[in-house]
Ligand binder design. Structure first.
Ligand code: HEM
Length: 473
């Protein structure tokens, strides 16, 4: 969209708005678990730019890919994350790269980038491999019993185990149902952050529920445990100077950086970023894995292709090393296509730092903007036959379609704040999908139409149950 030659400045009042109630506007819609789809529906009906009312205030929704690109690229200067997100995090004592802004963010981001770059992800691969192997064993036991599996729970356990070890070297064994004190405390934190970030009013500050009180207790415990790991990592680094150039986990990488001049990494920021890694790496990756298997369960022919690719690449149950995973194009294509069809992060919510004009539309300072990113990749203009799940469109040698615009996919955000865990998660997901398809046939229980997305900051597939059968049995 390039409208630079237009002269009449548009304001939000020039944009359409869906019908809402007089007093509350559209607030109630945001309590519903299909809000991401409602936002898509409104984009179809009203155009890619429209407004919504939240009580007395009006906010902007953009499902326009090129408009959204400009907003993403104008961070951190012109746009920031919604300030409520920072308030929720800081109230919980979490000072992290996710909720930081300006210079404070830049300094944290540099370290986070380094600890999740390609070289580091390669060195983390043995952790992913071991956990993937555990996952295959677990699914094998379900397959033997011919028992339907709530697969999302298994993927959540997998990502918790992987991310905790990568974050600070702590070996959980959630996948084998081993209860752990640390995991018990984390269990309440994830849903509470989701709930508060999407809440229109901070009711917990005035009328704390029993759960809100438990959260305070959990946060104290989490801090105590993570601080223990911070002290331990400090001692390890003092005793082994070779780690200075080759930290084995995210916490060590941050500690090394914290010694440099001008560093913002005091113990509070170290703690916050360890927890942020756990938060950012869990729901997102586990939901994407679950959506991928949901679609694949309806495409047995593509599962066979992934299996053949796996058999030609590695002899064990799961990919053995990073290089093998990097060559698994069919497994990766299935993940990419699931992300296009059903991104777990379909919306991002920002705020203007100052008055900004984009494509002739005036956006006043502090205005809230919802970037609806899942709409355009499901339109014919961007991807031919967009409603069809077809991973072949991601295999360049066999892409049968004319329209194909990978850049319109914003599941990982974009610009300077593009998700730093993208590469890690793609490696995790490709490895897992390849391992599962190599070892099992996958059957969906029930009608695909009954599997609905539940929006709670990320979108998870509700009631997804799969049955696995050992391949060849
Ligand atoms: C399928 C998996 C994932 C998805 C869909 C996803 C998606 C996202 C999105 C949409 C953002 C916001 C980007 C923006 O504002 O432009 C983000 C930020 C972030 N993600 Fe991910 N993510 C995933 C996995 C991970 C993993 C595995 C990690 C690390 C272990 C991670 C760490 C982060 C961090 C630290 C941020 C904050 C970056 C910043 O504000 O500068 N993510 N992610």
């Amino acid at each position: 969209m390039n409208t630079s030659n237009q002269t009449t400045l548009r304001t939000l009042k020039n944009l359409k708005s869906p019908k809402g109630t007089i007093l509350l506007g559209h607030i109630r819609e945001f309590k519903k678990k299909n809000i991401h789809l409602t936002l898509e529906k409104w984009a179809k009906e009203l155009g890619k730019l429209y407004t919504l009312k939240f009580g007395p205030s009006r906010l902007l929704v953009s499902a326009d890919d090129q408009f959204n690109n400009q907003i993403l690229k104008q961070r951190p200067e012109n746009f920031r994350r919604l300030s409520t997100i920072n308030e929720v995090f800081v109230e919980m004592g979490l000072h992290t790269v996710f909720n930081a802004e300006g210079e404070f963010w830049k300094k944290q981001r540099k370290v986070v980038n380094e600890s999740l770059n390609v070289k580091r992800v390669r060195s983390y691969y043995p952790i992913i491999k071991e956990r993937n192997q555990n996952l295959i064993h677990k699914i094998s036991s379900y397959a033997e019993d011919n028992q339907p599996v709530e697969i999302l729970n298994e993927f959540v356990a997998f990502t918790i185990d992987v991310t905790t070890e990568i974050a600070f070297g702590y070996k959980l064994n959630t996948i084998n149902n081993q209860k752990d004190r640390f995991q018990d405390e984390l269990e309440l934190l994830f849903p509470k952050i989701n709930e508060r970030m999407s809440s229109a009013f901070p009711v917990w500050r005035y009328f704390p529920s029993k759960e809100d009180k438990m959260l305070v207790h959990s946060l104290n415990k989490i801090k105590e445990i993570v601080n223990g790991f911070i002290q331990e990592a400090k001692t390890t680094l003092e005793n082994d100077t070779s780690l200075e150039n080759n930290p084995t986990n995210f916490l060590q990488a941050m500690l090394i950086e914290s010694k440099k001049e001008g560093s913002v990494f005091d113990d509070n920021v170290l703690y916050g970023n360890v927890v942020a890694m756990l938060l950012a790496g869990e729901d997102t990756t586990s939901n994407t894995l679950a959506w991928t298997l949901f679609y694949l369960s309806q495409e047995p022919l593509f599962i066979e292709k992934i299996r053949e690719e796996a058999q030609n690449t590695y002899s064990s149950d799961v990919p053995e090393n990073y290089e093998q995973v990097s060559s698994l194009n069919y497994a990766k294509a299935a993940v990419q296509e699931a992300i296009r069809m059903n991104p777990t992060t379909p919306i991002l919510i920002f705020q203007a730092n100052k008055d900004v004009t984009i494509d002739n539309l005036f956006i006043p300072k502090n205005k809230t903007i919802i970037l609806q990113n899942s709409y355009t990749p499901k339109t014919e203009e961007y991807f031919s036959e967009p409603e069809k799940f077809d991973p072949n469109r991601w295999i360049s040698s066999s892409c049968p379609y004319q329209n194909h615009s990978p850049k319109s996919i914003k599941a990982f955000g974009g610009g300077a704040r593009l998700c730093p865990g993208m590469h890690l998660s793609v490696i995790e997901m490709t490895s897992v999908i390849s391992g599962i398809c190599k070892n099992f046939e996958v059957k969906l229980e029930g009608d695909p139409k009954d599997i609905k997305g539940n929006f709670a900051f990320t979108v998870s597939p509700e009631n997804l149950k799969l049955t696995f059968k050992k391949n060849g049995s």
